[in-house]
Write a new protein. Structure first.
Ligand code: NAD
Length: 368
């Protein structure tokens, strides 16, 4: 197995957490005898400082030639005065568009060890394990016409989808559900919007090719409530761009910390992997950032770009075990709750050590 990974650590805590994710991937490669090649390139504020642009051509070319892109985060207060198209975040948006991924995957998982971190009661969140499949290249964020006509005092955006755009993202959701609990909840607003009626009719059509998967539909407003009341009832949630943006952030409270959340964007030429959090300038350079979102993002890379499901699960199990042993970065500590405070690097080292023990045990079992 050979895999070329472009690493864009970016700004703020990006380099700190990405270092730990790369360490995990390197370890998996060493144990498995895989050939993972990492190339690091500048993106975001880091790139503006070096080249004057947030997405240098060399970074974009290297991304397009790689098998996967692993990002840290971009964004720096230093560039806040620049117009939006020249700021660090513009580099990430350009990269996402160039790679063409249309399905954004965001898991929301309730770790038993972190149940006190969620504002929801443990009896509500225990066992919740949701995967959002959010359409990323269509809908209200891209639809034309769009404008703010200051003279008339009106502004408008267009929510637009084609049948083909819905088919391709629905297939991703059904395929993934086949490896999980075999349920897809499609979220729309078909009681009001024609675009949602197209969405629903198309998802029903795609579902006919997946007889083993249960499909249900929810209106987005009802879904927002059910996610908080009965998160355990969801498996894969399939939805359009804007609804997915909002609902996946809402469901993040199930996990309890932004620093824990991974994401993957698949379906384009090259898959893009990034933790959900930003560059967190308030804690950058202090060695206290939570690297688990980045490490879980590396697990998604193993699953979706390398086809190494067992290794991806081993990384996820290692994270769970370290949390069960009580280790916590600062964002995970809660007053009155037990937990041993560790740094970014120490948390990375603990996951690394636990992963190595798991893989050792697995190899010993295979050798018997
Ligand atoms: P943020 O995610 O960077 O931080 C929000 C809060 O969560 C902060 O208090 C931060 O300290 C905390 N936090 C975030 N990640 C953490 C981690 N791994 N461990 C511990 N605590 C963590 O969001 P923000 O403050 O709104 O944005 C900061 C910068 O990041 C801005 O420039 C923004 O544009 C950018 N941003 C980038 C991305 C990305 O690169 N994908 C995403 C969101 C925001």
């Amino acid at each position: 197995m050979k895999l070329k990974v472009l690493v864009g650590a970016g700004d703020g805590i990006g380099p700190e957490v990405t270092r730990e994710a790369v360490r995990i991937l390197t370890s998996v490669a060493e144990f498995g005898g895989y050939d993972f090649q990492f190339t690091e390139m500048p993106i975001g504020g880091q790139a503006i400082r070096q080249t004057g642009t947030p997405l240098p051509t060399a970074t974009l070319d290297a991304a397009l030639e790689s098998d996967a892109v692993l990002l840290g985060a971009v964004g720096s207060n230093e560039f806040n005065a620049l117009p939006p198209n020249r700021r660090p975040e513009a580099g990430l948006l350009q990269l996402r568009q160039a790679l063409g991924g249309f399905a954004n995957l965001r898991p929301s998982f309730a770790y038993k060890a972190l149940s006190a971190n969620s504002p929801l009661r443990p009896e509500v969140t225990d066992g919740a394990d949701i995967l959002f499949v959010r359409e990323l290249l269509g809908g209200l964020y891209f639809g034309e016409p769009r404008a703010w006509d200051r003279e008339s005092g009106a502004a408008w955006n267009t929510m637009r989808y084609t049948r083909d755009e819905v088919v391709r993202v629905a297939r991703v959701a059904f395929d993934l559900a086949g490896h999980r609990r075999k349920k897809v909840t499609s979220v729309d607003k078909a009681n009001v919007l024609e675009v949602s009626q197209l969405w629903r009719a198309t998802v029903i059509e795609v579902a006919q090719q997946y007889p083993g998967i249960t499909l249900d539909h929810q209106y987005v407003d009802a879904c927002a409530m059910h996610l908080m009341n009965t998160p355990r009832n969801f498996d894969v949630v399939l939805t359009e761009n804007l609804f997915g943006d909002i609902l996946s952030d809402e469901a993040a409270v199930i996990t309890g910390s932004l620093g824990m959340l991974p994401s993957a964007t698949i379906g384009g030429g090259v898959n893009l992997y990034e933790p959900v959090h930003g560059s967190a300038p308030d804690i950058a350079g202090k060695g206290i950032a939570n690297p688990l979102g980045a490490i879980l993002t590396a697990a998604m890379l193993l699953r979706h770009s390398a086809g190494l499901e067992n290794d991806a699960q081993a990384v996820e199990l290692a994270v769970r075990k370290v949390l069960e042993q009580g280790y916590r970065t600062a964002d995970l500590l809660r007053e009155g709750q037990p937990g041993q405070h560790v740094s970014t690097q120490e948390m990375g080292r603990l996951v690394h050590q636990t992963l190595n023990e798991l893989i050792d045990r697995r190899q010993a079992l295979h050798a018997v």
